[in-house]
Design a protein. Structure first.
Lengths: 104, 395
């Protein structure tokens, strides 16, 4: 839903030229956490559509219930098209991520 | 985690390497606390990257130590949804409709013909320093840099509303920008103010920030400026204003950005049910900027502490400093007053002792509101306002 503003229409107006910027790329995919750890597929398929992965990776240690509530909030409030069948795999990855944060 | 970050947009290995090398530790309790620093964002340098897309960029402490005005290239950046990366100011349209006599579409040229004025005001995210709350809270994990102070120039919102003629019975005015959800049905970022507040002559539609057009990342070409109120109301890339005849029930007013209806917006940690109200006026705050929490410094006989303070919706009347964790307080010297909504500098002489010192600082505003010593907590991590602590070790 990017706005496209044709530059020619208002040529001659007393305003600055169009401004166009390039943003740095985002950080990419959620990392795999290694052998035996929950796979990152589900979180990669569902949780990169509206924000980059830091939104998840910078969170403090959250409980499984708190991670589940975040997934539900993304679906219910922000209309993320997350199949409830994927919830368990997303939450498992996030909980494993949380576990690896340094202890307080 | 952070080391994986690569700057695809630039595609320069050298830039990526230096971005990786430079990180900052925000000392968030329990972590994760390391964040990359980046020069890669247009019109910005040395910013703490909280999130690459949509960007959440935080101002490092050092940028607040150089003066009361935060330079545009260090000013924090905060978006909820993706936004256009191309703006043609000459083609911009600001619609004003809803409960008005004469719906309007303003070009920037038309806005420029209305009376212009300037105001210096602090723009602070409701969640500034959320990452320091304990217990911790989900959300953007800001340290102390989701705020800044600028000289804003533009036209009073009142003139724009008067041109449209607000109808009798209007109760609120709602603002929207060009940042839009990528998915159908998701709530666009809309915020509203009471109609009397919107017409108070102070709320501004700004085109300029510190003498320059707004940086694109701070809302080019128009952003609302709501002096004394949290940044959530300062809608960026403003392109529509709607006058409402009933209170705004959109998600971002009715469900998000709510605080406990208690003094200072605080409840006992963990509490979830209590009367709520939309966040509004900022509370006073002061922050030491010449030393960072956790610094180890060579001992010396005397040291001048410097910092910034703000009063919220009133000027800064007093700043006090404690060097014993908050028992004994001494007045700091205040710098020049450049407006009630601005940051104000303070300075205080300190006689360091060898070893650890717990410095605290608190501001009092012109209405007599004093920063509390006890931590503020609410389940969204808004409105941090307690007297800040800065632990420093002199060796």
């Amino acid at each position: 839903m990017r706005l496209f503003l044709p530059a020619l229409l208002f040529a001659g107006a007393a305003f600055a030229a169009p401004v166009s910027v390039t943003l740095p790329g985002d950080m990419g995919a959620y990392p795999e956490l290694g052998q035996g750890a929950p796979a990152a597929d589900a979180i990669n398929n569902n949780c990169l559509g509206c924000h980059s992965a830091e939104m998840v990776l910078t969170q403090p240690r959250l409980t499984p219930a708190e991670w589940q509530a975040e997934v539900a909030k993304m679906r219910n409030v922000f209309k993320a098209p997350v199949d409830p069948a994927d919830d368990a795999a997303i939450v498992a990855w996030a909980v494993e991520w949380s576990k690896r944060l340094p202890a307080e | 985690m952070i080391a994986r970050r690569h700057l695809l947009g630039l595609g320069l290995a050298a830039v990526a390497a230096s971005a990786r090398a430079q990180t900052v530790d925000l000392r968030l309790p329990g972590g994760p606390s390391q964040r990359p620093l980046s020069d890669g964002y247009p019109g910005k340098r040395g910013m703490i990257v909280q999130r690459t897309a949509p960007p959440l960029l935080e101002t490092p402490l050092g940028a607040f130590d150089t003066g009361v005005i935060t330079p545009n290239d260090r000013f924090f950046v905060r978006w909820h949804w993706p936004f256009p990366t191309e703006i043609d100011p000459a083609a911009w349209q600001l619609r004003v409709d809803g409960a008005v006599e004469r719906p309007q579409i303003f070009s920037l040229a038309a806005l420029a013909k209305l009376p212009q004025n300037e105001i210096v005001a602090v723009n602070q995210c409701a969640g500034n320093a959320r990452g320091l709350f304990e217990p911790r809270i989900a959300g953007a994990q800001w340290g102390q840099g989701a705020w800044g102070n600028a000289r804003w120039r533009g036209v009073a919102l009142r003139h724009v509303l008067d041109a449209a003629g607000v109808k009798a019975g209007a109760v609120a005015v709602r603002f929207g920008g060009a940042d839009l959800p990528p998915l159908e049905g998701a709530p666009a970022f809309l915020k509203s103010l009471g109609v009397d507040h919107a017409r108070d002559g102070e709320v501004m539609i700004a085109t300029h920030m510190n003498g320059e057009p707004l940086p694109l990342l701070n809302g080019l070409p128009l952003r609302l400026v709501v002096p004394g109120w949290y940044s959530t109301y300062w809608v960026k890339m403003l392109d529509r204003i709607e006058v409402l005849t009933a209170p705004d029930d959109n998600f971002w007013m009715a469900k998000a950005y709510l605080i406990p209806d208690t003094p200072g917006g605080s409840v006992a940690p963990g509490m979830a049910t209590f009367p709520k109200r939309p966040i509004g006026v900022m509370v006073p705050r002061a922050l030491i900027t010449s030393i960072a929490d956790g610094d180890r410094l060579p001992w010396r006989e005397r040291l001048t502490l410097r910092g910034i303070a703000m009063g919220g919706d009133a000027g800064v009347a007093r700043v006090e400093v404690s060097s014993d964790g908050g028992n004994v307080w001494r007045d700091a010297t205040l710098g020049v007053d450049i407006g009630r909504y601005s940051f104000r500098r303070f300075e205080a002489a300190l006689a360091p002792v060898r070893g650890s010192m717990v410095l605290r600082v608190r501001a009092t505003n012109a209405n007599g509101v004093v920063q509390p010593l006890a931590p503020i907590w609410n389940p969204s991590g808004y409105m941090r306002g307690e007297a800040e602590t800065c632990q420093v070790e002199f060796v």
